[in-house]
Every structure is written in C-alpha cells, then in structure tokens.
Write a protein that binds this ligand. Sequence first.
Ligand SMILES: [Mn+2]
Length: 400
Amino acid sequence: MKVAIVSDLHLGYERFAEDSYVQAEEALAKAAELSDMIIIPGDVFDVRNPRLEVLAHGVNIFRNLAKRQWKARVVSYSGARMIHTDIPIIVIPGTHERRAQGAGNSVELLSLAGLLVDVSDSTAEVEKGGERVAVFGLGGLSEEKVKEVLAQLGPKPVDGAFNIFMFHQSTHELLPFSKDFITFDDLPKGFDLYVDGHIHNKVIDKVHGKPFLIPGSTVLTQLKDGEQEGKGFFVFDTKTNAYEFIRINSREFYVESVKVDGKRITEIEQEVSKHIDKILAKSKEKPIIRIILEGEMKEGYKQADIDLSDTLKRYKEKAILEVSKGKIDDKETESEIESLRKGSVESVSVRDYGLSIFIEQLKKSGYGMKKSPSELFDLLSSDQKKDKIISEAMETLFAQ
Ligand SMILES: [Mn+2]
C-alpha cells in the first residue's frame, strides 16, 4: 500500500492563516491522489481551542477528503474510543491540540464527526486487496511523560500487517539539549516504520534499523534556517520500503545574513534593501524573508539606531519581512547595560531608581501609603512564586 505522511498542518496559524489552509489542502489533495491512505502525526490545528471559523476550515478540508473514492478501508480498531468512519485517514492530536485528560480535543472532534480516525493510544488496521497496514498512535504528550505512558500502553505490532508507529514528540537525537526528550531506543521495537510530527522540517533517519520519517509542517511557522527547503509530505510504499518526498507550492522562505561591521546606519539600510532586491528578483510570489543582522556595530553607533521601518514599509506589498538584531555585537549598548548592572544610573542604585518610579506610580494610582512602599517593592521584586507574591502583596495592602 502507499501511505502518505502529512504533518503539522497548523490550521489557523495566525500569522499565515491563509497559507495554513491553502497549503494543507494542497498537501492532502496531492496525498490522496498519490496514496491509498493518509496518516497525520499531530498538530492539525494551531491552538488548543480553535475559533469556530478555523474549525469550519478544518471540517471543510477533511470533508472534501472523505468524499473521495478510497479503496482502502479501516477494518479494525482497538481503543477505548469509538470510530465513526472507515475512511483511511489516521490522525493523532499533537502538542498544539493537547488538553487536560478527558477534556476532548479538536482532532477527537473531527473523529466524532466521522471525518477521520483518531488513533490516540490505539491501533487502527487498514486493508486493501488483502494487504494490511496497522498504525499505532501516541498523541503528543509533555516530554517527561512519554516513557511512562509507553510502558503503560506497551504498543505491539500486529501479526501479518505492515506496522507503523506514529507519535508526536521531540527526540534527543534530533534536539540534544534536553534530558527530558526520549531517545530512539526508547521507542517500541518490532515496527516497520516510525513516523513523527512536531519538528517542522523534514527529517530522515533510522530507528531500530527501520525508516524514521518526519515530513515537517505544511506551513511555515518557526522561520528557522531548516525551513527554507520547501514544504511537502512523504509517500511511503509498504511493499518496497521506498519513499519519496513530494513538494507542495509552499510560500518561499529565505534567510539572509547582513553584515553590519564598520557600516553607518544608512549603509546598513542600503545593504538590507540590496539583499531583499536580490531575493525578489528570483522569487515568484510574495516570499517570507528573514534578515539577520550580524557583526560588530561601528564605533559610536548602537543597534537601537538601526531603524528599518521605512524599508519594511517600502517592501510591504512585495515581501513578508522579519528582521533580527540578535546577532549584533554592540559595544555601546553593552557598556550601558554593564553600567546599569553595576548599579548606577546617575549615581543612584538600580534598586532606588526603581523604587522612586514605583512610589510615583503608587501616588498616581491613589494608594494611601499606609504600608511602606519599599516593603511592598521588595515583596514584589522577590524571587518567590508569582501566586505567593500576589497573595502576600494583597495581605500587605489590605491587612487591618
Ligand atoms: Mn507543530
């Protein structure tokens, strides 16, 4: 059977909402053309409680998909929930849909409506012409819980079927900065294919000697370098173990570094425009361009002096621009911050300076000053937990 793997649609993603709908629709329609079944490892919607308009988009997209002539069918389902269709569109909720246990989520809702099969914590078997593909799904969980839940569920491959393990987590091999992330070794053995969502760029690897695939999102969300290569999905052939990445017409995305070293402000602005023009000359439709300013500011200049608002305005119709100043080495601002840190603003300590502003604000709000403002200030600036600070501050303010 041909299995399409489409992930992280993020329907309703606020910044590029239209792109999220158009690109999801294109990916799913192409996937349906090219395959017998579709599996989606999470983040169909962008937020936990999508607005009705966003849900309506989701319903439309999946209803159109459900109407197609599917030759493969879901023939068995093991899980605590019920399924309401045999259409081979197998989905788990991701971290973006996750809600408190028992609260229900938007993927479950589409499953209840009979538009897809929610395979959380369960196995769905799809059959076509005597061939069976079994998909076990583990919906997105907070990272530290994954091992415990896997031990509880004990996912097992099904005899006589091609077995897919589908989940939605970070893994330590791909993001080696947190010990909370599971490793490939933690994943259950015996499956023929491992499919993950959550990560928004394409990943191809091996788990227990079998293919491990992440198609990445169908819409741009993180504006990271890795997302420049274009969006799409995988089609996996269970007979040959061959797979192919199918590109969709996703909005073009470019990351450009612009050096600020030794340049005056106007020169930096010109340089940014030059880079944008170069990209526009080769791109088809209003691309997303992320400009990263980097290097050392010319003496006497601060990064705050760089004002690209006119430039951004000028290109408003032609490109979606984002400028990052995070990589600028700025000695002037650094030394100003350093002198602040050392505790002097015009020879007043930072604490006293803050306190004077605080007292002024209290006066403006009509606070009666029965309790010492400095006592209140210390309380509010302490390192304790937010709830505790607020309750103590309330006591301080309203105690008789
Ligand atoms: Mn995602």
